[in-house]
Structures are given as C-alpha cells and as structure tokens.
Design a protein around this ligand. Structure first.
Ligand code: GLN
Length: 485
C-alpha cells in the first residue's frame, strides 16, 4: 500500500512499531504531491528539502529520547497559511503578507513539534480566511479533488483538498464561521471545529477573535480523535484558552449510540436545502437510530438571524484586527510621500476585494450612529442563538444536520455575488456564534459523485461525544470512497 493510502491511525501504528519514519512519510507524501498537485493546487508553499530536514531533526531528537517508551511521532502536517510556522512563509493568502516569515511558531505548531511532528507545507485559503470557496486567495484557487471544475469550499480549502487528494494525512484548518467544516464536507473528509478555547490560537493570524478556532482535518473520525489530542489543551499565551483537561479522545471511539438522544433542528431542514443533501443526512440519522439512538425534532428559533449577525460581528472584528497591516512593520509596503499616503497605498494594493468589503462593512457597523443599530443588535442576536442551543441541549445530547445546504459549487459560480457566497455558511455560523464544537463527517455522494457532509453539534467541550457519534456513524456507513485523480 502507498503511504498516501494509509490513514493517520495506521501511520501511527507503523511509527510505533518502528516500521516507518518521518522521512519516509515526507518522501511518500511528496511523491503523491508531485503526482497530483498540478491539478489540485492545494498548497501555497511546498519545500521537500525543508520538510525532509525537519523530519530528520525530529527523528534524531526521538532517538535521543529512546529511553522514553511513549508513542512514536513524526507525522508531517499540512498547515493552513494563517498559522505561524517558523521557517515557512505565512501569507494568509494575501498580497499584504506575501513575504512574511514569522519569527515564531504558533502554539499548535510548537506543540506538534514538541511531540516529534513536523511541517509538510502551507495550504491555500481565502485571503485572511474570508470566504467559502478558496477563490479569494490572492495567489490561485484550489480545485476540488472530486471534480476539478468545482471549489473545495473555504476558507481552509487547501487543507481539505490536500487531505482528500492524499497529499496529507492530517491538515490544520481554522474555523471562524465554518471554514473547517464546509471544505471538509465539500471534499469528503472529516473536519472538527473544537469548542472556543479548546485549542490555542496563539500564532493564528486573527480574523474575528471572538469566533476563530483552529482544528483538525483528516480522512477518518479516528484520525480526527488522534490529531485533536495532539493539539488541544491550555496555553498561557492565549487568554481565551480553556484550562479544562484534555481527555484521550481515542477512548471515545466506540461504535455505540444506544440511549443517546439526537436532535434534528427543524430550521436546518427548510427552504434552500438541496434534496439530495437532505436525503443523505436523513439516511445517516436513520442509521444512528437503527444503532439505538433516540431521534427527536428540536427547534433553534433564532437561526434565521444567525447569518446576518455573523456578517456584522465577523467583519466588525476583522476591521479592527486588520488595522495592523499598514506597510510599516512587515509584509508588503506601498508608496507615499507621507504616512497617510503610505497606509492607503499599502492597503489599496495589499488587500483583495473581499477583504476590503469586510473592512468597510465592519467599520460601518462599528461607527458612531450605527453601532447600536447594527453591531449591538448583532450581539443581542448572538445571545439569543446561544440560548437556543442551551435549551436544545436540555433535551438532546447532540444535534445532527447538514454541514452545507448544497454540494461543492463550480469555480466562479458565486464570486460575483457575495450574498450567494455567504449563504454557504448558513448551517455553520451559528456554532461559532455560540462557541460550540461541531464535527463534519462525509455521509454520501450525490448523483454527480460529489460528497455530502453530516454536521454533528454538541455542548461546550463535548468533542469526545461528537467523535463517538461520528465514529459510530462511520462504522455503520463503511469506508468512504476516494476521489479518482
Ligand atoms: N465563510 C465565512 C466567512 O467568510 C467563514 C470563514 C471562516 O470560517 N474563516 O467569514
């Protein structure tokens, strides 16, 4: 079997048994990258030599620790390009950071390195994670490995496409309003958005700080459990990070759902939902019911306001976070005879259209005279949405619904109409507004052979339970096909 056909869990076993090394993995994955990357274009930076050097170093450090019989490591991880990596560029797919090499590692990356893992390459994304298709990358779009004329979803489209195409076993993504789950659904892979604060965001370039979370994208739920364990946990460098202990998520991998209560939020099955997506999600839920879960309808009555609230709160925070890109300290520098001209030229030429749109929307929503009408009301809606979820979790253990109302759309299909693009996030943004964990698991292919995602949502810190339900579903579903490339 080729390395790119293995799961992360299988690779971990081979590493533990000493039958595979980190350098073998880099070689194997780069062989696959050489074969398919021209078509998929999932990466912004690839560097075989650097990846190999990192793997060799990590291998040596491991031998030095030989006395310690802990699990072996050495997995090269594909990292979304808004996560800071020493030695590798971190551009956020923006011209304004086209040459930025961070002087430090994000905590997630540092943690992976401490355990002996390394960086494989940096993956493409929508500029500053603003988008749902990866077409807003300043460099090039990524293509969906299942159909190269379609988008991989976004904004972590490069990460999801890399895993789907077998170019990586595990990729990091970030999710502010769906950016892990949507591309996972479109690419037929597993994506987890952890509870707000579960994974450190130190070194994640901020988009909307009250919503951003880093999480894993893998091929299977078991792989996701393994990867989450590597990155989760408290970090004193991130004041929003939670102190809660990290369980061994693999202990939740039991195909058992007897007695579990699954809620179907009726607002997530309404107008605009593709009938084939609905069918696949309903079938998945039925399989869980056959396994002994109780299924009941619930209501999240404020769902219809979530998208509007999100597209005020996220741009408002972005407009503030992005104020730091002024051409003075790092990245692209424009021209000007005074500081104001320098700022405006840098930002005019450095930012893409979607980023500018968000900055304008956010600045407007925060401006005196409009603050109460827009930003403050959006915050009120946010509270109502959180309460909807709290009430639902009095009745059920997890919620099941589609990740996205449609399958992957065609490249170019939604770029002219921002509203159409925003509508892809209708089932994912409420989770971020409420700070909850949610898992997307592939649950079928439509008549064109495009993947469909089942979204499982749980109360804060219920990642283990979500992984259990996802795993139980996966066991019933059977192996998911892989795209032909
Ligand atoms: N598509 C959403 C947006 O553009 C979500 C992006 C994300 O989660 N980073 O804001």
């Amino acid at each position: 079997m080729e390395i790119h056909e293995l799961t992360l869990t299988e690779v971990q076993d081979l590493l533990d048994r000493g039958e595979l090394s980190g350098t073998d993995l880099v070689e194997g994955l780069y062989t696959r990258i050489d074969a398919v990357e021209d078509k998929v274009q999932a990466f912004l930076e690839l560097d075989r030599e650097r990846a190999l050097a990192e793997a060799k170093e990590a291998g040596k450090a491991q031998i030095a620790r030989e006395a310690d019989p802990g699990p072996r490591a050495g997995v090269p991880v594909a990292v979304k390009d808004n996560v800071c990596t020493m030695g590798w560029k971190t551009t956020c797919a923006s011209r304004i950071l086209f040459n930025f090499r961070p002087p430090y590692d994000a905590t997630v990356v540092a943690r992976l390195r401490q355990q002996g893992h390394t960086v494989l390459g940096k993956t493409n994304m929508d500029e500053f994670a603003m988008g749902s298709s990866t077409e807003h990358s300043a460099f090039h779009p990524t293509r969906n490995p299942w159909d190269l004329t379609r988008v991989p979803g976004g904004s972590s489209g490069g990460s999801a496409a890399a895993v789907a195409a077998g170019e990586a076993l595990f990729a990091l993504g970030s999710d502010t309003g769906g950016s892990i789950r949507l591309p996972a659904a479109f690419c037929g892979v597993v994506g987890l958005k952890p509870t707000y604060g579960r994974v450190s965001r130190y070194g994640l370039v901020a988009y909307a700080s009250s919503l951003d979370q880093i999480g894993p994208i893998t091929r299977t739920v078991a792989d996701c459990a393994l990867a989450l364990g590597w990155i989760a946990g408290h970090d004193p460098l991130d004041s929003t990070s939670l102190a809660a202990e990290v369980p061994d998520y693999r202990t939740f991998l039991r195909p058992e759902v007897r007695g579990l209560r699954i809620g179907l939020p009726k607002e997530y099955f309404g107008e605009g939902l593709d009938p084939e997506v609905r069918g696949a999600v309903e079938k998945a839920v039925q399989q869980l019911e056959e396994g002994g879960a109780a299924v009941l309808e619930v209501s999240l009555p404020h769902t219809e306001y979530a998208l509007a609230a999100y597209y005020l709160i996220a741009p408002a925070e972005a407009s503030s976070n992005l104020a730091r890109y002024d051409g003075v300290r790092y990245g692209f520098r424009g021209e000007g005879s005074d500081i104001v001209e320098l700022y405006s030229d840098t930002r005019r030429r450095g930012f893409g259209d979607e980023v500018k749109r968000r900055i304008m929307l956010g600045t407007y929503a925060l401006s005196a005279g409009y603050y109460d009408a827009y930003y403050l009301n959006a915050l009120r809606v946010r509270t109502l949405i959180r309460r909807d979820f709290e009430a639902a979790f009095q009745k059920v253990d997890v919620l099941a619904c589609p990740t996205s109302p449609t399958v992957a759309f065609r490249l170019g299909e939604r770029t002219d109409d921002p509203m159409q693009m925003y509508l892809s996030d209708i089932y994912t943004v409420p989770v971020n507004l409420a700070g909850l964990p949610a898992l997307s698991v592939p649950c079928g292919l439509n008549h064109e052979g495009l993947p469909i995602g089942l979204q499982l949502i749980g109360p804060p810190l219920s990642e283990g339970r979500l992984l259990q339900v996802g795993y139980a579903y996966e066991e019933r579903r059977g192996p998911f096909p892989r795209p032909q490339l």
